[in-house]
Design a protein around this ligand. Sequence first.
Ligand code: GAL
Length: 492
Amino acid sequence: MTWTHTFDTSPDAELKGILSKDFHWGYATAAAQVEGAWNVDGKGPSIWDKLCHTPGKVKDGSTNEDATRAYDLYKEDVALMKSYGVTAYRFSLAWSRIVPLGGAEDPINEQGIDYYNRLIDELLAANITPFVTLFHWDTPQTLEDRYGGMLNQERYTPDFLRYARICFERFGDRVKHWITYNEPGVYTLAGYAGGMHAPGRSSYRDRNEEGDSSTEPFIVAHTELVSHARAVKIYREEFKPTQKGVIGITLHGNNSEPWDVNDPLDVEAAERARQFEIAWFADPIYGSGEYPACMRAQLGDRLPHFTPEQKDLVQGSSDFYGMNTYTTFFVKHRDEEPDVNDHKGNIEKCDANSEGKSRGPESDTYWLRTAPEGFGKLLRWVWDRYHVPIYMTENGTTAKGELAPTPDVLDDTFRVEFFNGYLRELATAVRDGVDIRSYFGWTFTDNWEWAAGYTDRFGVTFVDFESVEKTRYPKRSAYFLKDYFRHLIQEK
Ligand code: GAL
């Protein structure tokens, strides 16, 4: 089914043409969630391949062996994206497809390079600008086995840098927008604090055999920041002068609002929550060059220290602020001492505030509610604090009841309303002077949503995972975004 309906954008008439002609918009994906072909054409295993083949780790018991088969179906996907009117596509490279064993001395897999070359060429031929993420959570399993992956900064960093260099060398003639890491914070917290994501480490022995939630997340985060900065230095010194691209990092972060606006302790707690979640990574890169004082106060020396050399490297190491954000929480202060495994700033997250106001309508994902106003506030918080151009690199929602591609399901009003609300906020923030240069919806097609398996559908395209062809069915939201961006972006 295709939707021919043109949306009524008249309620937003004053926002017409508010985004400049070179604003990029499209969808974001991640290799491990869409490619499939998990062990073909020379690809080595990643930590997610291992985790999803371990019983009990993924909600529906699924693996990402096939995912949406984007590896096989990339041509059809690019054509579909083109029909959706996008101008850009953000995807990630699977490190272990390019260097199957991952290490600095390990062989390159030319078949992996060929695949990404074909994808990039297909995109450019369709006039779609590639935004490429080097790392979206899929560390080569061999590096985990050899030395514990990112827990070992000294051994990990040269391996990552060699991989990054290969990507700049082989793809940088055509790729002009690079993202080193996707959400270093979620990789760290879900993989080493909660232990639900790969590599599955935490202090909780009913869940994970190994790990220490009170120290490892902060060590891994430090490795990510420093190795990110070193990769950027290589790009800027050796590649940027000829390739002329931009490079940065993408951070996660939801908006936090005080549970009781009249309680100064809740107001403080909400700000502390934003700092633990966002400024943890953003202050060292875009701000003071150090971790936030409130984190140092709570965590002491469990939070690593930057050496003067590292501080210098990390500060200013991103040409833009890559922003992934989905929702808002109400935040209440806690009177008790923080738990040793706390990484949120000793707060409690709530779905409603002290007056009973809900944080927004429920999606099909427990943590995600539609909260456009909070998005507008967070855009301004990031802009006011760091003042660097923002690239929105992920934003989107699931919707309840998307079980089969029936006309009702494909008519996904809930998702349309989500995007409408958030984009109106984005456009308004731009009108108010916030420098935002891209928007990538999460996501192009339903995909393999990590530990949630195939149960959480975030796509503007329904995928029939039962079918061998992984048949794609456009949802109405795909056409909404097309129309709405046509309205928001200045005509050429
Ligand atoms: C982000 C992540 C994506 C996707 C999305 C929806 O944190 O980068 O890969 O899973 O959340 O849950």
